[in-house]
Design a protein around this ligand. Structure first.
Ligand code: ZN
Length: 73
């Protein structure tokens, strides 16, 4: 068995269609996963960012702006 096969079996593939291999093991609890979308599946960080990034960045910007004017969430 090659190393590639072991990796393929133990780690989740990105569900966006890029077929990229994530660094999330299949036996990882959903609550402990990053870039996991309920009902969709595991995404690579860059794919997650591509799909969900803009809104997240807007959220961070809004928070930073609130901190700027003295409101801490
Ligand atoms: Zn992907």
């Amino acid at each position: 068995m090659s190393l590639q096969n072991i990796t393929d079996e133990q780690f989740e593939k990105c569900v966006c269609g890029c077929k990229g291999l994530t660094n999330v093991r299949r036996d990882t609890y959903i609550e402990n996963r990053l870039n996991y979308v309920e009902g969709i599946g595991q995404l690579l960080p860059e794919c997650y960012e591509r799909i969900y990034g803009p809104s997240l960045i807007e959220e961070v910007r809004a928070k930073l702006w609130l901190q700027d004017i003295g409101i801490v969430l």
